[in-house]
Structure formats: C-alpha cells, structure tokens
Design a protein. Structure first.
Length: 219
C-alpha cells in the first residue's frame, strides 16, 4: 500500500505521524509549510479542499480529518494496539480523543488564530486572553486523566500500548507553552510527556519535525 502523510511541524498531524512510525509503516512524509500558505495552494486543495493538515493519502484515496485518520490507522495496523478493542474501553478512549480534538484543540485555536473568529482587534485580544485561562484549566483536566491512568497502573492513556491519545496529549501540552503557559507547572503531565517523547517512534518524529518540547518563554 502506498501511503503519504501530509504534515506540518508541531501541528496535530504529529498524532498520525507517530502512529505510522510506531507501526513500522512504509510511508512518505510530505512537509506542508503552513506559514507559507502551502495548504491553500490549488495542488494541495485538490487533495484536501478544507486546506488542513493532517492529510493521509492511501493508495490515492485522501482522508482529511484526524479522527478518521486515527481510526483508519488503528484498523490498518491492529497489531500495534493503538486503541482498545473491548467495547467500553474503546468508547472511553474515543471520547477522550474527541474531547482533545473538539474542545482542547479548538480552545488553542482561539488563542493562536483569533483572527479566524473575529476581524476586530479588541475582540481578538479578548479571545486570546479568555481562552488562555480556559486552556490552562483544560491542561489541568488532561493532567487528571494522566494521574487516573497511573492510579490504574496504566502507562498509556489509551491502554497497554502507546497510542494516539498519548501523541495528542504531548502536542496539546506543547501548545500550552506556545500559549504562555509553563507546561512544567503541571508536574505529572510534564513527566508523562517526557515518557511519551522517549518512545523511539515519537523521538524519530520529533527529530524529523525539529520540535522543541518546551517552547514556553516567561513574559
């Protein structure tokens, strides 16, 4: 099977990027430079009219939403154990994945891209300030999920194996630093992120994307 993953460094495309590496998949990583508007060029929008990353192309067929990509890769590489197979455990993993994507991720977008939600500068400033506090609370909730997993003697959020929840948690924590929130202030979460970053597949993606885990700079 021919696979291409279109990714942007540090974006949520980090999640399927690490899954492909962890599965030992043969795939072509294709860098999309968002700051240069490559996601808005006709050639890319022909593949993904929404102009977003990640985009996975499998034997010429594009898949363009992270939840769909995660579920596809989970089924494509069942031996990797990315998501639980038991019904309740799977539902619980998916509800966390959906929350990460539709709540935590969206809150960060209001901080990082406030111009997408208002064309008024004062409103944009308020959106950024308000949602930074919301994001801090969401990181605390994410830390509580990590602590609950540890109390249940689970290393990983989604079960016995490294999976998409872990990669997404690392990404969301890293975004905290970009939002002016010191990720090291969440001790259990930051220690867990170091554990995730040490997974060989994750380390390879961090190197390929040239990421710095903690980008927080005090005001």
């Amino acid at each position: 099977m021919a696979l291409q993953l279109y990714f942007a460094p540090g974006a949520c495309s980090f999640v399927p990027h690490t899954m492909l590496e962890a599965a030992g998949a043969t795939f072509e990583p294709v860098l999309v430079k968002l700051h240069k508007g490559e996601h808005l060029q006709p050639a890319y929008k022909a593949l993904n009219p929404r102009g977003q990353v990640p985009l996975l192309v499998a034997d010429g067929q594009p898949i363009n939403q992270i939840l769909a990509i995660v579920l596809y890769l989970d089924q494509l590489y069942p031996a990797s154990g990315f998501l639980p197979t038991e019904a309740m455990a799977r539902a619980q993993a998916l509800q966390t994945l959906a929350w990460m994507n539709n709540t935590v991720h969206t809150t960060f977008a209001h901080i990082f891209l406030p111009h997408k939600f208002s064309d008024q500068k004062d409103v944009q400033a308020h959106l950024k300030q308000f949602n930074t506090q919301v994001y801090r609370e969401l990181l605390a909730e994410l830390q509580s999920l990590v602590e609950a997993a540890q109390l249940a003697s689970r290393t990983w959020l989604s079960g016995a194996s490294f999976g998409p929840l872990d990669a997404y948690a690392l990404t969301l924590t890293r975004w905290g630093g970009m939002s002016g929130i010191d990720p090291t202030s969440f001790g259990a979460l930051w220690a867990y992120v170091q554990l995730v970053a040490a997974v060989p597949a994750v380390a390879r993606v961090i190197e390929r994307e040239r990421l710095q885990l903690n980008v927080y700079q005090p005001a």
